[in-house]
Design a protein around this ligand. Structure first.
Ligand code: DAH
Length: 344
């Protein structure tokens, strides 16, 4: 019995000594130490031995197994260190090369601003409503009180698809109609949403205008919503976004989908209103277009404007990010230049 053990040991160690690569190592391990290998085979014969011999035989096979394992590990380590030495000699690994620095990805500056916006608006009770990038002309314009041939359509140069009824949205405002129809329960429920997303315009690309940019639209519809609610809400947003004593001012303006309409300025957060290059020495920065939702738009959303009213606003996160970080050129945002993106 012990002869078969010795014979196996000898054969195994001899075979191991002539192995020089990983394939050989795995084959050897399967042959001798694997589940169906020679050592397992010896364990399998224990049952056929006379009772008196079993214990001693088992012990020996155990010892053999341990010895072969150790021999295997030794051989494996040897082969590895030989390979490393060879590679170093042959120059496959040039240890004088500088290490590749690991780069961590960052969050896009616009995404950061969007997250800040969403956090603040959520705290103020506005839920996010996701609308679509590819829109119908009807939603982008007509239902927002911009019928075909309305002169204000020229304010936004549009990318059309091959179907002239389908376009890339030029602003997030069409989401107002979709949100009112989706959440308003046929004009019977108040809503409070923000609509963030990408917008597209067929413009000359310059440092100040891009063919794509993001907006955050806001919409509140209820039974007694007034201009003072709009003003108070935006003022509160400005305090939370810029500083607890940020002041805002409103300038009369025109948008087809709001009446009356206003543009919102916040006191320049860089100079505190004293006047600097960024605010062009006015002390104020424009942050939003806004107004009371036009009765026609409410009607198109399913609401009866004699009972319901609402306010809306639209903000440009890129513009706000540019002001905040002194970014001079809007083309950086979607130019995918890591030297720019890595700064955030
Ligand atoms: N949609 C307008 C634009 O892209 C921005 C805007 C102005 C949105 C006034 C509004 C609003 O909701 O009330 O220029």
């Amino acid at each position: 019995m012990s002869q078969s053990i010795d014979a196996l040991r000898e054969a195994a160690l001899a075979a191991l000594g002539s192995i020089h690569d990983n394939d050989g190592l795995s084959a050897w391990r399967a042959q001798y130490l694997g589940r169906r290998g020679a050592v397992s085979g010896l364990f399998g014969t224990i049952g056929s031995l006379p009772k008196a011999e079993r214990a001693i035989f088992g012990k020996r096979v155990n010892a053999l197994q341990g010895e072969l394992r150790q021999a295997f590990e030794g051989r494996e380590a040897l082969i590895q260190s030989q390979r490393l030495a060879r590679e170093l000699e042959e120059g496959e690994i040039d240890i004088s090369l500088p290490a590749q620095p690991r780069r961590r990805g960052g969050i896009h500056p616009s995404t950061r601003t969007h997250r800040e916006f969403q956090q603040i608006w959520a705290e103020m009770g506005f839920q996010v409503f996701q609308s679509r990038d590819v829109e119908e002309d009807e939603f982008n314009f007509t239902l927002l009180n911009l019928p075909p041939h309305h002169p204000a359509r020229d304010m936004q140069d549009t990318f059309y698809t091959t179907d002239p009824r389908v376009l890339l949205r030029t602003h997030t405002s069409p989401g107002q109609i979709r949100a009112m129809r989706a959440l308003g329960a046929g004009g019977s429920k108040p809503i409070r949403v923000i609509l963030p997303g990408m917008c597209y315009r067929q413009e000359q690309v310059t440092a100040r205008s891009e063919i794509q940019f993001t907006q955050v639209e806001g919409l509140a519809v209820g039974r007694n919503i007034r201009m003072s609610d709009l003003k108070g809400t935006i003022a509160e947003f400005a305090k939370r976004m810029y500083s607890p004593d940020a002041r805002v001012r409103y300038r009369a303006s025109y948008f087809p989908f709001t009446e009356p309409s206003m543009e919102v300025d916040v006191e320049c957060f860089l100079c505190g209103g004293a006047g600097c290059r960024v605010c062009k020495y006015t002390g104020w920065l424009e942050i939003a277009g806004s107004g009371m939702v036009h009765p026609e738009v409410l009607r198109n959303g399913g609401y009866d404007p004699s009972e319901w009213s609402g306010f809306a606003f639209g903000m440009g996160p890129e513009r706000i990010t540019m002001l905040k970080h002194g970014i001079q050129d809007i083309r950086y945002f979607w130019g995918n230049d890591l030297r720019f993106l890595q700064q955030f």
